[in-house]
Write a protein that binds this ligand. Structure first.
Ligand code: FES
Ligand code: MG
Length: 591
Protein backbone atom coordinates (compact mmCIF):
# COMPACT_ATOMS: atom_id res chain seq x y z
CA UNK A 1 0.00 0.00 0.00
CA UNK A 2 0.96 3.61 -0.31
CA UNK A 3 3.26 4.34 2.65
CA UNK A 4 2.00 7.84 3.05
CA UNK A 5 -1.58 6.78 3.86
CA UNK A 6 -2.09 7.32 7.57
CA UNK A 7 -4.66 4.79 8.78
CA UNK A 8 -5.60 6.84 11.84
CA UNK A 9 -6.69 9.66 9.49
CA UNK A 10 -9.12 7.49 7.53
CA UNK A 11 -12.80 8.07 8.14
CA UNK A 12 -13.55 4.39 7.42
CA UNK A 13 -11.71 3.49 10.64
CA UNK A 14 -14.69 4.82 12.58
CA UNK A 15 -16.67 1.91 11.09
CA UNK A 16 -14.19 -0.92 10.82
CA UNK A 17 -11.59 -0.46 13.53
CA UNK A 18 -13.07 1.52 16.39
CA UNK A 19 -12.12 0.07 19.81
CA UNK A 20 -14.40 2.65 21.47
CA UNK A 21 -17.41 1.15 19.74
CA UNK A 22 -16.62 -2.54 19.52
CA UNK A 23 -20.22 -3.71 19.08
CA UNK A 24 -20.90 -1.55 16.07
CA UNK A 25 -17.50 -2.32 14.59
CA UNK A 26 -18.32 -6.03 14.77
CA UNK A 27 -21.67 -5.47 13.08
CA UNK A 28 -20.21 -3.39 10.28
CA UNK A 29 -17.40 -5.85 9.75
CA UNK A 30 -19.39 -9.05 9.49
CA UNK A 31 -21.64 -7.74 6.72
CA UNK A 32 -18.89 -6.17 4.65
CA UNK A 33 -16.91 -9.39 4.96
CA UNK A 34 -19.95 -11.06 3.44
CA UNK A 35 -18.89 -10.19 -0.09
CA UNK A 36 -15.39 -11.50 0.31
CA UNK A 37 -13.35 -8.89 2.13
CA UNK A 38 -11.22 -10.29 4.93
CA UNK A 39 -10.90 -8.98 8.46
CA UNK A 40 -7.27 -8.33 7.73
CA UNK A 41 -8.09 -6.14 4.74
CA UNK A 42 -10.76 -4.16 6.52
CA UNK A 43 -8.62 -3.51 9.57
CA UNK A 44 -5.33 -3.01 7.76
CA UNK A 45 -5.76 0.72 7.47
CA UNK A 46 -6.16 0.55 3.70
CA UNK A 47 -8.38 3.34 2.40
CA UNK A 48 -11.83 2.29 1.27
CA UNK A 49 -12.57 3.80 -2.13
CA UNK A 50 -16.09 3.98 -3.48
CA UNK A 51 -16.77 3.58 -7.16
CA UNK A 52 -19.99 5.52 -7.74
CA UNK A 53 -21.43 3.52 -10.63
CA UNK A 54 -23.72 5.55 -12.90
CA UNK A 55 -23.82 2.98 -15.69
CA UNK A 56 -26.64 0.48 -16.10
CA UNK A 57 -28.95 -0.90 -18.76
CA UNK A 58 -31.16 2.11 -18.04
CA UNK A 59 -28.23 4.49 -18.59
CA UNK A 60 -26.71 3.32 -21.88
CA UNK A 61 -24.51 6.41 -22.30
CA UNK A 62 -22.70 5.48 -19.07
CA UNK A 63 -23.07 1.70 -19.41
CA UNK A 64 -19.43 1.19 -20.43
CA UNK A 65 -18.49 2.18 -16.87
CA UNK A 66 -19.51 -1.36 -15.87
CA UNK A 67 -16.49 -2.55 -17.87
CA UNK A 68 -14.24 0.36 -16.91
CA UNK A 69 -14.93 -0.18 -13.19
CA UNK A 70 -12.87 -3.38 -13.37
CA UNK A 71 -9.82 -1.37 -14.40
CA UNK A 72 -10.59 1.26 -11.76
CA UNK A 73 -10.62 -1.52 -9.15
CA UNK A 74 -7.25 -2.79 -10.37
CA UNK A 75 -5.81 0.69 -10.06
CA UNK A 76 -7.21 1.10 -6.57
CA UNK A 77 -5.87 -2.30 -5.48
CA UNK A 78 -2.49 -1.66 -7.06
CA UNK A 79 -2.15 1.57 -5.09
CA UNK A 80 -3.12 -0.09 -1.82
CA UNK A 81 -6.83 0.68 -1.52
CA UNK A 82 -9.98 -1.38 -1.25
CA UNK A 83 -12.66 -0.79 -3.88
CA UNK A 84 -16.37 -0.81 -3.08
CA UNK A 85 -18.66 -0.26 -6.05
CA UNK A 86 -22.21 0.96 -5.55
CA UNK A 87 -25.06 2.10 -7.81
CA UNK A 88 -26.09 5.69 -8.38
CA UNK A 89 -29.68 6.55 -9.31
CA UNK A 90 -29.77 6.28 -13.11
CA UNK A 91 -30.21 9.35 -15.27
CA UNK A 92 -30.81 8.72 -18.96
CA UNK A 93 -31.01 11.99 -20.81
CA UNK A 94 -33.20 10.82 -23.65
CA UNK A 95 -35.17 8.06 -21.95
CA UNK A 96 -36.41 9.52 -18.67
CA UNK A 97 -39.94 10.95 -18.57
CA UNK A 98 -40.90 13.67 -18.20
CA UNK A 99 -37.29 14.87 -18.25
CA UNK A 100 -33.87 13.77 -17.04
CA UNK A 101 -33.45 17.18 -15.41
CA UNK A 102 -35.94 16.10 -12.77
CA UNK A 103 -33.47 13.49 -11.56
CA UNK A 104 -30.26 15.49 -11.29
CA UNK A 105 -31.15 16.70 -7.80
CA UNK A 106 -32.53 13.29 -6.82
CA UNK A 107 -29.32 11.58 -7.88
CA UNK A 108 -27.39 14.26 -6.01
CA UNK A 109 -29.38 13.64 -2.83
CA UNK A 110 -28.90 9.88 -3.06
CA UNK A 111 -25.17 10.18 -3.64
CA UNK A 112 -24.75 12.63 -0.74
CA UNK A 113 -26.37 10.09 1.58
CA UNK A 114 -24.10 7.29 0.34
CA UNK A 115 -20.87 9.28 0.51
CA UNK A 116 -21.72 10.67 3.93
CA UNK A 117 -23.31 7.64 5.54
CA UNK A 118 -21.01 4.79 4.49
CA UNK A 119 -17.38 3.98 5.30
CA UNK A 120 -15.76 5.65 2.31
CA UNK A 121 -12.42 7.47 2.38
CA UNK A 122 -12.52 8.60 -1.21
CA UNK A 123 -14.63 8.12 -4.33
CA UNK A 124 -14.31 7.67 -8.06
CA UNK A 125 -17.23 9.42 -9.72
CA UNK A 126 -18.16 7.74 -13.00
CA UNK A 127 -19.53 10.48 -15.23
CA UNK A 128 -20.77 10.81 -18.79
CA UNK A 129 -24.38 11.45 -19.83
CA UNK A 130 -25.50 15.05 -19.33
CA UNK A 131 -26.88 15.15 -15.79
CA UNK A 132 -24.75 12.35 -14.32
CA UNK A 133 -21.74 14.65 -14.29
CA UNK A 134 -23.21 17.59 -12.36
CA UNK A 135 -25.12 15.29 -9.99
CA UNK A 136 -21.87 13.53 -9.05
CA UNK A 137 -19.80 16.71 -8.71
CA UNK A 138 -22.53 18.43 -6.68
CA UNK A 139 -22.58 15.51 -4.22
CA UNK A 140 -18.79 15.36 -3.98
CA UNK A 141 -18.81 19.11 -3.30
CA UNK A 142 -21.32 18.78 -0.47
CA UNK A 143 -19.67 15.83 1.26
CA UNK A 144 -16.10 16.87 0.43
CA UNK A 145 -14.24 13.58 0.68
CA UNK A 146 -11.39 13.12 -1.83
CA UNK A 147 -13.04 12.58 -5.20
CA UNK A 148 -11.91 12.09 -8.78
CA UNK A 149 -14.14 11.92 -11.84
CA UNK A 150 -13.77 9.34 -14.59
CA UNK A 151 -15.50 10.16 -17.85
CA UNK A 152 -16.92 7.25 -19.83
CA UNK A 153 -15.92 9.06 -23.03
CA UNK A 154 -17.83 9.88 -26.19
CA UNK A 155 -19.10 7.42 -28.77
CA UNK A 156 -17.13 6.90 -31.96
CA UNK A 157 -17.98 9.25 -34.83
CA UNK A 158 -21.25 8.58 -36.63
CA UNK A 159 -21.36 8.45 -40.44
CA UNK A 160 -24.09 8.41 -43.08
CA UNK A 161 -23.27 8.32 -46.78
CA UNK A 162 -19.79 9.65 -46.15
CA UNK A 163 -20.88 12.52 -43.91
CA UNK A 164 -20.31 12.76 -40.16
CA UNK A 165 -23.56 12.42 -38.25
CA UNK A 166 -23.48 13.71 -34.70
CA UNK A 167 -25.66 12.78 -31.74
CA UNK A 168 -28.67 14.98 -31.27
CA UNK A 169 -27.60 17.45 -33.93
CA UNK A 170 -28.66 14.99 -36.64
CA UNK A 171 -32.03 14.54 -34.90
CA UNK A 172 -32.80 18.25 -35.16
CA UNK A 173 -31.78 18.21 -38.81
CA UNK A 174 -33.59 14.97 -39.63
CA UNK A 175 -36.85 16.09 -38.06
CA UNK A 176 -36.82 19.19 -40.25
CA UNK A 177 -36.15 17.00 -43.31
CA UNK A 178 -39.02 14.72 -42.31
CA UNK A 179 -41.35 17.68 -41.73
CA UNK A 180 -40.40 19.12 -45.11
CA UNK A 181 -41.06 15.76 -46.82
CA UNK A 182 -37.42 15.29 -47.93
CA UNK A 183 -37.13 11.89 -46.21
CA UNK A 184 -39.63 9.28 -45.01
CA UNK A 185 -39.92 7.84 -41.50
CA UNK A 186 -37.69 4.83 -42.27
CA UNK A 187 -34.92 7.05 -43.59
CA UNK A 188 -35.37 9.35 -40.63
CA UNK A 189 -34.75 6.50 -38.16
CA UNK A 190 -31.77 5.22 -40.18
CA UNK A 191 -30.19 8.66 -40.32
CA UNK A 192 -30.61 9.21 -36.58
CA UNK A 193 -29.34 5.71 -35.66
CA UNK A 194 -26.17 6.28 -37.72
CA UNK A 195 -25.06 8.90 -35.22
CA UNK A 196 -24.73 6.38 -32.38
CA UNK A 197 -22.26 3.72 -33.60
CA UNK A 198 -20.79 2.58 -30.26
CA UNK A 199 -20.89 2.70 -26.51
CA UNK A 200 -20.25 6.13 -24.95
CA UNK A 201 -21.99 9.48 -24.66
CA UNK A 202 -23.06 11.93 -27.36
CA UNK A 203 -20.21 12.53 -29.80
CA UNK A 204 -21.15 16.16 -30.50
CA UNK A 205 -20.29 19.16 -28.32
CA UNK A 206 -23.58 18.62 -26.50
CA UNK A 207 -24.06 18.79 -22.77
CA UNK A 208 -22.20 15.52 -22.17
CA UNK A 209 -18.98 16.49 -23.99
CA UNK A 210 -19.30 19.96 -22.48
CA UNK A 211 -19.70 18.80 -18.89
CA UNK A 212 -16.97 16.17 -19.18
CA UNK A 213 -14.63 18.79 -20.69
CA UNK A 214 -15.52 21.28 -17.95
CA UNK A 215 -14.95 18.64 -15.28
CA UNK A 216 -11.39 18.39 -16.58
CA UNK A 217 -11.12 22.19 -16.81
CA UNK A 218 -12.28 22.42 -13.20
CA UNK A 219 -9.46 20.05 -12.28
CA UNK A 220 -11.68 17.18 -11.17
CA UNK A 221 -10.48 14.56 -13.69
CA UNK A 222 -7.03 13.57 -14.94
CA UNK A 223 -5.56 15.91 -17.55
CA UNK A 224 -6.29 14.73 -21.08
CA UNK A 225 -8.94 12.28 -19.95
CA UNK A 226 -12.23 13.91 -20.97
CA UNK A 227 -12.08 13.48 -24.72
CA UNK A 228 -10.89 9.85 -24.97
CA UNK A 229 -13.61 7.95 -26.88
CA UNK A 230 -15.31 5.26 -24.81
CA UNK A 231 -14.17 2.21 -26.82
CA UNK A 232 -10.51 3.30 -27.14
CA UNK A 233 -7.73 1.40 -25.37
CA UNK A 234 -6.62 4.68 -23.79
CA UNK A 235 -9.94 4.86 -21.94
CA UNK A 236 -9.15 1.58 -20.14
CA UNK A 237 -5.73 2.90 -19.18
CA UNK A 238 -7.29 6.11 -17.94
CA UNK A 239 -9.67 4.09 -15.73
CA UNK A 240 -6.72 2.27 -14.18
CA UNK A 241 -4.76 5.49 -13.58
CA UNK A 242 -7.84 7.14 -12.06
CA UNK A 243 -8.16 4.24 -9.59
CA UNK A 244 -4.51 4.54 -8.65
CA UNK A 245 -4.68 8.28 -8.25
CA UNK A 246 -7.66 8.39 -5.88
CA UNK A 247 -5.71 6.32 -3.33
CA UNK A 248 -2.91 8.88 -3.45
CA UNK A 249 -5.44 11.70 -3.14
CA UNK A 250 -6.75 10.17 0.08
CA UNK A 251 -3.17 10.05 1.40
CA UNK A 252 -2.67 13.67 0.41
CA UNK A 253 -6.11 14.64 1.73
CA UNK A 254 -6.76 16.43 -1.57
CA UNK A 255 -10.44 17.25 -1.43
CA UNK A 256 -13.02 18.90 -3.76
CA UNK A 257 -12.80 22.11 -1.71
CA UNK A 258 -9.08 22.34 -2.62
CA UNK A 259 -9.88 21.98 -6.33
CA UNK A 260 -13.28 23.60 -6.86
CA UNK A 261 -12.12 27.14 -6.14
CA UNK A 262 -13.37 30.36 -7.68
CA UNK A 263 -10.37 30.25 -10.06
CA UNK A 264 -11.37 26.78 -11.21
CA UNK A 265 -14.88 27.95 -12.08
CA UNK A 266 -13.51 30.97 -13.93
CA UNK A 267 -11.30 28.62 -15.95
CA UNK A 268 -14.29 26.43 -16.75
CA UNK A 269 -16.31 29.42 -18.02
CA UNK A 270 -13.46 30.41 -20.37
CA UNK A 271 -13.01 26.84 -21.59
CA UNK A 272 -16.76 26.57 -22.21
CA UNK A 273 -16.65 29.47 -24.65
CA UNK A 274 -13.59 28.09 -26.45
CA UNK A 275 -15.17 24.66 -26.92
CA UNK A 276 -18.59 26.04 -27.93
CA UNK A 277 -20.11 24.41 -24.87
CA UNK A 278 -23.72 23.73 -24.03
CA UNK A 279 -26.23 26.23 -22.65
CA UNK A 280 -26.82 23.73 -19.86
CA UNK A 281 -23.33 24.41 -18.48
CA UNK A 282 -24.24 27.63 -16.61
CA UNK A 283 -27.01 25.82 -14.74
CA UNK A 284 -24.82 22.90 -13.70
CA UNK A 285 -21.76 24.96 -12.83
CA UNK A 286 -23.88 27.30 -10.73
CA UNK A 287 -25.21 24.24 -8.90
CA UNK A 288 -21.75 22.78 -8.24
CA UNK A 289 -20.46 26.20 -7.18
CA UNK A 290 -23.27 26.71 -4.70
CA UNK A 291 -22.70 23.32 -3.11
CA UNK A 292 -19.00 24.06 -2.59
CA UNK A 293 -19.69 27.65 -1.47
CA UNK A 294 -18.38 29.63 -4.45
CA UNK A 295 -20.40 32.63 -5.58
CA UNK A 296 -20.93 32.43 -9.35
CA UNK A 297 -23.66 34.81 -10.55
CA UNK A 298 -25.05 34.26 -14.05
CA UNK A 299 -23.53 37.55 -15.27
CA UNK A 300 -20.06 36.01 -14.91
CA UNK A 301 -20.73 33.92 -18.02
CA UNK A 302 -20.86 37.02 -20.15
CA UNK A 303 -18.24 39.00 -18.19
CA UNK A 304 -15.61 36.26 -18.33
CA UNK A 305 -16.75 34.18 -21.27
CA UNK A 306 -18.27 36.31 -23.99
CA UNK A 307 -15.07 37.62 -25.53
CA UNK A 308 -13.38 34.24 -25.70
CA UNK A 309 -13.14 32.94 -29.28
CA UNK A 310 -14.52 29.60 -30.46
CA UNK A 311 -11.59 27.23 -31.00
CA UNK A 312 -13.15 23.78 -31.15
CA UNK A 313 -14.73 22.87 -34.47
CA UNK A 314 -17.28 20.34 -33.24
CA UNK A 315 -20.95 20.02 -34.14
CA UNK A 316 -23.33 21.75 -33.52
CA UNK A 317 -21.27 24.98 -33.83
CA UNK A 318 -18.76 23.35 -36.21
CA UNK A 319 -18.29 20.20 -38.26
CA UNK A 320 -16.27 17.53 -36.45
CA UNK A 321 -17.04 14.98 -33.70
CA UNK A 322 -15.62 13.38 -30.56
CA UNK A 323 -12.89 11.20 -32.06
CA UNK A 324 -11.52 14.19 -33.95
CA UNK A 325 -11.55 16.28 -30.74
CA UNK A 326 -9.47 13.65 -28.94
CA UNK A 327 -6.95 13.28 -31.77
CA UNK A 328 -6.57 17.06 -31.96
CA UNK A 329 -5.51 17.23 -28.32
CA UNK A 330 -8.74 17.50 -26.33
CA UNK A 331 -9.11 19.82 -23.35
CA UNK A 332 -5.35 20.33 -22.64
CA UNK A 333 -4.75 21.65 -26.17
CA UNK A 334 -7.61 24.14 -25.74
CA UNK A 335 -6.42 25.18 -22.27
CA UNK A 336 -2.87 25.69 -23.61
CA UNK A 337 -4.17 28.17 -26.20
CA UNK A 338 -6.03 30.06 -23.50
CA UNK A 339 -2.99 30.01 -21.18
CA UNK A 340 -0.83 31.56 -23.88
CA UNK A 341 -3.34 34.39 -24.10
CA UNK A 342 -3.55 35.01 -20.38
CA UNK A 343 -7.05 33.59 -19.97
CA UNK A 344 -6.47 30.75 -17.50
CA UNK A 345 -5.86 31.04 -13.76
CA UNK A 346 -2.83 28.78 -13.98
CA UNK A 347 -2.36 28.14 -10.27
CA UNK A 348 -5.65 26.23 -9.91
CA UNK A 349 -4.83 22.80 -8.49
CA UNK A 350 -6.14 19.64 -10.15
CA UNK A 351 -6.70 16.02 -9.09
CA UNK A 352 -3.20 14.96 -10.11
CA UNK A 353 -1.79 17.35 -7.51
CA UNK A 354 -0.37 19.67 -10.13
CA UNK A 355 -1.74 22.99 -11.32
CA UNK A 356 -3.67 23.33 -14.55
CA UNK A 357 -0.79 25.45 -15.81
CA UNK A 358 1.74 22.68 -15.15
CA UNK A 359 -0.53 20.13 -16.80
CA UNK A 360 -1.42 22.01 -19.94
CA UNK A 361 0.94 24.91 -20.76
CA UNK A 362 3.16 22.91 -23.12
CA UNK A 363 0.47 20.96 -24.94
CA UNK A 364 0.30 21.54 -28.70
CA UNK A 365 -2.66 21.21 -31.04
CA UNK A 366 -2.40 18.02 -33.12
CA UNK A 367 -4.94 18.95 -35.80
CA UNK A 368 -5.70 22.60 -36.42
CA UNK A 369 -8.79 21.81 -38.47
CA UNK A 370 -10.45 20.55 -35.29
CA UNK A 371 -8.89 22.75 -32.61
CA UNK A 372 -7.99 26.12 -34.00
CA UNK A 373 -5.12 28.24 -32.71
CA UNK A 374 -6.21 31.27 -30.70
CA UNK A 375 -4.99 33.60 -33.44
CA UNK A 376 -7.17 31.91 -36.07
CA UNK A 377 -10.45 31.00 -34.35
CA UNK A 378 -13.70 29.79 -35.86
CA UNK A 379 -15.43 32.84 -34.40
CA UNK A 380 -14.53 35.82 -32.22
CA UNK A 381 -16.56 36.64 -29.09
CA UNK A 382 -18.13 33.20 -28.99
CA UNK A 383 -19.38 33.00 -25.42
CA UNK A 384 -22.86 33.48 -24.03
CA UNK A 385 -24.65 36.76 -23.64
CA UNK A 386 -27.02 37.35 -20.74
CA UNK A 387 -30.25 39.24 -21.45
CA UNK A 388 -32.84 40.79 -19.17
CA UNK A 389 -36.01 42.87 -19.38
CA UNK A 390 -39.66 42.73 -18.44
CA UNK A 391 -39.85 39.16 -19.79
CA UNK A 392 -37.30 37.79 -17.30
CA UNK A 393 -34.48 38.81 -14.95
CA UNK A 394 -32.01 36.72 -16.90
CA UNK A 395 -31.79 34.43 -19.89
CA UNK A 396 -28.83 33.34 -21.95
CA UNK A 397 -28.01 33.04 -25.62
CA UNK A 398 -25.26 31.00 -27.21
CA UNK A 399 -23.87 33.39 -29.77
CA UNK A 400 -21.63 30.91 -31.58
CA UNK A 401 -24.60 29.07 -33.10
CA UNK A 402 -26.35 32.10 -34.58
CA UNK A 403 -26.66 31.09 -38.24
CA UNK A 404 -25.98 33.28 -41.25
CA UNK A 405 -29.67 33.02 -42.17
CA UNK A 406 -30.64 34.31 -38.73
CA UNK A 407 -28.05 37.06 -38.77
CA UNK A 408 -29.17 38.21 -42.22
CA UNK A 409 -32.84 38.27 -41.28
CA UNK A 410 -32.68 39.68 -37.77
CA UNK A 411 -29.36 41.36 -37.22
CA UNK A 412 -28.78 43.19 -40.48
CA UNK A 413 -30.55 46.47 -39.69
CA UNK A 414 -27.61 48.90 -40.02
CA UNK A 415 -29.30 51.58 -37.88
CA UNK A 416 -29.76 49.37 -34.89
CA UNK A 417 -27.74 46.21 -35.28
CA UNK A 418 -28.72 43.50 -32.90
CA UNK A 419 -32.33 44.56 -32.38
CA UNK A 420 -35.45 42.98 -33.78
CA UNK A 421 -39.14 43.11 -33.14
CA UNK A 422 -41.72 40.47 -33.78
CA UNK A 423 -45.12 39.27 -32.90
CA UNK A 424 -45.25 36.65 -30.13
CA UNK A 425 -46.77 33.19 -30.47
CA UNK A 426 -46.84 31.61 -27.03
CA UNK A 427 -47.00 27.89 -26.23
CA UNK A 428 -47.78 26.67 -22.72
CA UNK A 429 -45.53 23.64 -22.39
CA UNK A 430 -44.04 21.26 -24.95
CA UNK A 431 -47.26 19.33 -25.49
CA UNK A 432 -49.05 22.43 -26.75
CA UNK A 433 -46.10 23.28 -28.99
CA UNK A 434 -46.10 19.81 -30.55
CA UNK A 435 -49.88 19.84 -30.99
CA UNK A 436 -50.09 23.28 -32.58
CA UNK A 437 -46.85 24.12 -34.37
CA UNK A 438 -48.03 22.97 -37.81
CA UNK A 439 -51.54 24.34 -37.40
CA UNK A 440 -51.96 27.19 -39.91
CA UNK A 441 -54.61 28.92 -37.79
CA UNK A 442 -51.91 29.76 -35.20
CA UNK A 443 -50.66 32.11 -37.87
CA UNK A 444 -46.90 31.78 -37.45
CA UNK A 445 -45.05 33.85 -40.03
CA UNK A 446 -41.41 34.57 -40.80
CA UNK A 447 -41.70 37.54 -38.40
CA UNK A 448 -42.98 35.54 -35.45
CA UNK A 449 -40.99 35.11 -32.25
CA UNK A 450 -41.82 31.72 -30.76
CA UNK A 451 -42.18 31.53 -26.98
CA UNK A 452 -42.48 28.50 -24.77
CA UNK A 453 -43.22 28.72 -21.07
CA UNK A 454 -44.25 26.35 -18.33
CA UNK A 455 -40.98 24.57 -19.13
CA UNK A 456 -38.86 25.63 -16.13
CA UNK A 457 -37.79 23.72 -13.00
CA UNK A 458 -41.21 24.16 -11.35
CA UNK A 459 -43.43 24.26 -14.42
CA UNK A 460 -42.36 21.12 -16.21
CA UNK A 461 -41.02 19.86 -13.46
CA UNK A 462 -37.22 19.66 -13.62
CA UNK A 463 -37.21 21.88 -16.73
CA UNK A 464 -37.67 20.63 -20.27
CA UNK A 465 -35.25 20.77 -23.20
CA UNK A 466 -37.71 22.35 -25.57
CA UNK A 467 -36.81 25.93 -26.36
CA UNK A 468 -35.27 25.03 -29.71
CA UNK A 469 -38.61 24.91 -31.55
CA UNK A 470 -38.64 24.29 -35.27
CA UNK A 471 -40.72 26.53 -37.54
CA UNK A 472 -43.97 25.05 -38.89
CA UNK A 473 -43.69 22.67 -41.83
CA UNK A 474 -45.24 25.21 -44.22
CA UNK A 475 -42.48 27.74 -43.40
CA UNK A 476 -39.75 25.10 -43.67
CA UNK A 477 -41.03 24.34 -47.16
CA UNK A 478 -40.68 28.04 -47.96
CA UNK A 479 -37.05 27.92 -46.79
CA UNK A 480 -37.43 29.50 -43.35
CA UNK A 481 -35.27 27.21 -41.23
CA UNK A 482 -35.16 29.13 -37.97
CA UNK A 483 -37.36 31.48 -35.99
CA UNK A 484 -36.21 33.23 -32.83
CA UNK A 485 -37.20 31.11 -29.85
CA UNK A 486 -37.47 32.27 -26.26
CA UNK A 487 -38.42 30.26 -23.21
CA UNK A 488 -38.12 29.34 -19.58
CA UNK A 489 -36.95 25.84 -20.48
CA UNK A 490 -33.59 24.66 -21.67
CA UNK A 491 -32.46 23.31 -25.00
CA UNK A 492 -30.35 20.36 -25.86
CA UNK A 493 -26.66 21.16 -25.98
CA UNK A 494 -26.64 19.42 -29.35
CA UNK A 495 -28.98 22.02 -30.81
CA UNK A 496 -27.62 24.78 -33.00
CA UNK A 497 -30.70 26.90 -32.47
CA UNK A 498 -30.14 30.60 -31.68
CA UNK A 499 -32.58 30.54 -28.77
CA UNK A 500 -32.90 32.73 -25.72
CA UNK A 501 -33.34 30.27 -22.94
CA UNK A 502 -33.03 29.33 -19.28
CA UNK A 503 -35.24 32.37 -18.56
CA UNK A 504 -35.43 33.03 -14.84
CA UNK A 505 -37.74 33.43 -13.06
CA UNK A 506 -39.89 31.01 -15.01
CA UNK A 507 -43.59 31.55 -15.73
CA UNK A 508 -44.52 29.10 -12.97
CA UNK A 509 -42.66 31.36 -10.52
CA UNK A 510 -44.59 34.33 -11.99
CA UNK A 511 -41.73 35.69 -14.06
CA UNK A 512 -42.62 38.14 -16.84
CA UNK A 513 -43.12 35.34 -19.37
CA UNK A 514 -46.31 34.42 -17.50
CA UNK A 515 -47.79 37.77 -18.55
CA UNK A 516 -47.07 37.47 -22.26
CA UNK A 517 -49.94 36.88 -24.71
CA UNK A 518 -49.96 35.66 -28.27
CA UNK A 519 -50.04 38.70 -30.54
CA UNK A 520 -47.97 40.93 -28.22
CA UNK A 521 -45.15 42.84 -29.87
CA UNK A 522 -41.79 41.90 -28.42
CA UNK A 523 -38.50 43.67 -28.89
CA UNK A 524 -35.21 41.89 -28.45
CA UNK A 525 -32.05 43.95 -28.55
CA UNK A 526 -29.03 41.70 -28.57
CA UNK A 527 -26.66 44.65 -28.47
CA UNK A 528 -28.25 46.14 -25.38
CA UNK A 529 -28.98 42.65 -24.00
CA UNK A 530 -32.67 43.39 -23.47
CA UNK A 531 -35.90 41.49 -24.13
CA UNK A 532 -39.22 43.22 -23.50
CA UNK A 533 -42.92 42.96 -24.21
CA UNK A 534 -43.87 46.28 -25.76
CA UNK A 535 -46.74 47.15 -23.47
CA UNK A 536 -47.13 49.75 -20.74
CA UNK A 537 -46.16 49.23 -17.10
CA UNK A 538 -49.85 49.67 -16.20
CA UNK A 539 -50.95 46.97 -18.60
CA UNK A 540 -48.22 44.67 -17.23
CA UNK A 541 -49.30 45.18 -13.61
CA UNK A 542 -52.95 44.72 -14.44
CA UNK A 543 -52.15 41.44 -16.23
CA UNK A 544 -50.11 40.36 -13.19
CA UNK A 545 -52.99 41.21 -10.88
CA UNK A 546 -55.45 39.27 -13.04
CA UNK A 547 -53.20 36.21 -13.09
CA UNK A 548 -52.59 36.35 -9.35
CA UNK A 549 -56.33 36.59 -8.75
CA UNK A 550 -56.75 33.49 -10.89
CA UNK A 551 -54.30 31.60 -8.66
CA UNK A 552 -51.09 32.21 -10.63
CA UNK A 553 -49.67 30.61 -13.75
CA UNK A 554 -51.24 27.16 -14.13
CA UNK A 555 -49.10 24.10 -14.78
CA UNK A 556 -49.90 20.38 -14.86
CA UNK A 557 -50.19 18.35 -11.65
CA UNK A 558 -47.28 16.32 -10.39
CA UNK A 559 -47.29 12.66 -11.41
CA UNK A 560 -44.90 11.30 -8.77
CA UNK A 561 -44.00 12.14 -5.15
CA UNK A 562 -40.56 13.37 -6.16
CA UNK A 563 -42.02 15.81 -8.69
CA UNK A 564 -44.09 17.36 -5.94
CA UNK A 565 -41.24 17.46 -3.42
CA UNK A 566 -38.80 18.99 -5.91
CA UNK A 567 -41.35 21.60 -7.10
CA UNK A 568 -41.75 22.85 -3.57
CA UNK A 569 -38.06 23.48 -2.96
CA UNK A 570 -36.28 23.87 -6.29
CA UNK A 571 -34.67 27.19 -7.21
CA UNK A 572 -34.44 28.90 -10.59
CA UNK A 573 -32.00 28.05 -13.37
CA UNK A 574 -29.99 31.25 -13.03
CA UNK A 575 -28.83 30.01 -9.62
CA UNK A 576 -28.39 26.37 -10.55
CA UNK A 577 -31.91 24.99 -9.99
CA UNK A 578 -30.69 23.29 -6.84
CA UNK A 579 -32.78 22.20 -3.88
CA UNK A 580 -32.88 25.45 -1.97
CA UNK A 581 -31.68 24.82 1.55
CA UNK A 582 -29.35 21.98 0.56
CA UNK A 583 -26.48 24.40 -0.01
CA UNK A 584 -26.15 25.07 3.71
CA UNK A 585 -24.84 21.52 4.12
CA UNK A 586 -21.23 21.89 3.06
CA UNK A 587 -18.10 19.84 3.71
CA UNK A 588 -20.16 17.54 5.87
CA UNK A 589 -17.59 14.74 6.00
CA UNK A 590 -15.43 17.04 8.10
CA UNK A 591 -18.13 17.86 10.63
FE1 FES B 1 -26.63 10.56 -22.83
FE2 FES B 1 -26.29 12.37 -24.88
S1 FES B 1 -28.06 11.26 -24.30
S2 FES B 1 -24.89 11.61 -23.45
MG1 MG C 1 -29.60 17.23 -22.96
Amino acid sequence: MNDSVKPEGLRSRAWFDNPDNADMTALYLERYMNFGLSLEELQSGKPIIGIAQTGSDLSPCNRHHIVLAERVREGIREAGGIAIEFPVHPIQETGKRPTAALDRNLSYLGLVEVLYGYPLDGVVLTIGCDKTTPAALMAAATVNIPAIALSVGPMLNGHFKGQRTGSGTIVWKAREMLAAGEIDYKEFIKLVASSAPSTGYCNTMGTATTMNSLTEALGMSLPGSAAIPAPYRDRQECAYLTGKRIVEMVAEDLKPSDILTREAFENAICVNSAIGGSTNAPIHLAAIARHIGVDLPIGEWERLGHEIPLLVNLQPAGEYLGEDYYRAGGVPAVVAQLIRNGLIREAAITVNGKTIGENCADVEIEDERVIRPYADPLMENAGFIVLSGNLFDSAIMKTCVISKEFRDRYLSNPDDPGAFEGSAVVFDGPEEYHAKIDNKSVNITANTILFIRGAGPIGYPGSAEVVNMRPPAYLLEEGVHALPCVGDGRQSGTSGSPSILNASPEAAAMGGLALLRTGDRVRIDLRKRTADILISEDELSSRRQQLENAGGYAYPDSQTPWQEIQRNIVGQMSSGAILEGAEKYQRIAQT
